[in-house]
Design a protein around this ligand. Structure first.
Ligand code: FPP
Length: 275
């Protein structure tokens, strides 16, 4: 379904306090989050409620991934990060791990053509060496093929754990210190940011978590420092386009102060997580 988001772009003149460009879906184009991160939770419960196996829930979760990615592209969001498989998920029953890896492989195989056609770039963060070789190869192939695309960037967090990422970053900086390239007292936020797996990706502006749990589950702990959080009871396979629009409208209703007062906010500046 294309065209639905953009078919009525108009300038808000009514009330004229704002000159924000409104899109046909009620959102303001100049106040969209640049980067949306999503904890896709509730596939298992979705299946359980229908007396289906958990894997059926993951299959429906994959459909929801495709919808949300397409919508991000249509709306004009620049980055979307999807928590597809955590470090802790390796502890799940082997049949479930295998099914998730197979789904991922199918997704990569099916999406390559679409990603090329729609100018989408794929990236991944996590301990990718732990992935089965076939999945890793498919992932590398799609990342390589799409690396020069300039539209939406989709980032899959795979075998991802934020603490592992931070440990990896600490080791990289420690090695630079050991080589005499850096002094411990000179280490800044910038240095750490540059050695994370997310190095050249801006911090998420907005985090969505489905299925009603209020926790971060070891996801992007460094990068989410100033991110707006949104939790919905909706289970991931039921996360529809309307639900996504509601979440984005909620984001646009917020004031992001980054530790400053309301009066200190520049009036015309889009409220983004640039810290
Ligand atoms: C959490 O639900 C979801 C996951 C651990 C996996 C996410 C995977 C997908 C959405 C499908 C495949 C992804 C891609 C990118 C193609 P849960 O199983 O923890 O649900 P529960 O908490 O209800 O048990």
């Amino acid at each position: 379904m294309t065209g639905y988001v953009f078919n009525a772009i108009s300038l808000s003149v009514a009330g004229s306090l704002s000159s924000h460009v409104h899109m046909g879906n009620g959102l303001e184009k100049d106040r969209l989050p640049r980067h949306v991160a999503i904890i896709m939770d509730g596939n298992g419960r979705w299946a359980q409620r229908r007396s289906l196996g958990r894997i059926e829930g993951h299959k429906r979760g994959k459909d929801a991934v495709e919808n949300v990615v397409e919508m991000c592209r249509e709306i004009g969001i620049e980055y979307v990060t999807l928590y597809a498989f955590s470090t802790e998920n390796w502890q799940r029953p082997p049949t479930e791990v295998r099914a998730l890896m197979a789904l991922l492989q199918r997704y990569l195989r099916n999406e390559l053509q679409q990603m090329m056609k729609k100018n989408v770039r794929l990236r991944a963060v996590g301990d990718l060496n732990r992935l089965p070789p076939k999945v890793r190869d498919s992932l590398e192939a799609v990342m390589t093929a799409t690396r020069h695309n300039t539209g939406l960037t989709v980032i899959l967090a795979l075998s991802y754990g934020a603490r592992e990422e931070i440990i990896h970053a600490a080791r990289t900086l420690a090695a630079a210190v050991q080589r005499g390239e850096l002094s411990p007292q000179d280490i800044t936020e910038q240095h750490l940011t540059q050695v994370l797996w997310t190095a050249d990706i801006p911090d998420p502006d907005f985090l969505i978590r489905t299925s009603g749990e209020f926790r971060l589950s070891n996801f992007l702990l460094w990068q989410l420092a100033y991110t707006e959080l949104y939790v919905t009871d909706t289970l991931w396979p039921d996360f529809t386009r309307d639900e996504f629009l509601r979440a984005l409208a909620n984001y646009q209703s917020r004031e992001r102060r980054f530790g400053r007062t309301t009066e200190q906010q520049p009036a015309s500046e889009p409220r983004r997580a640039t810290r």
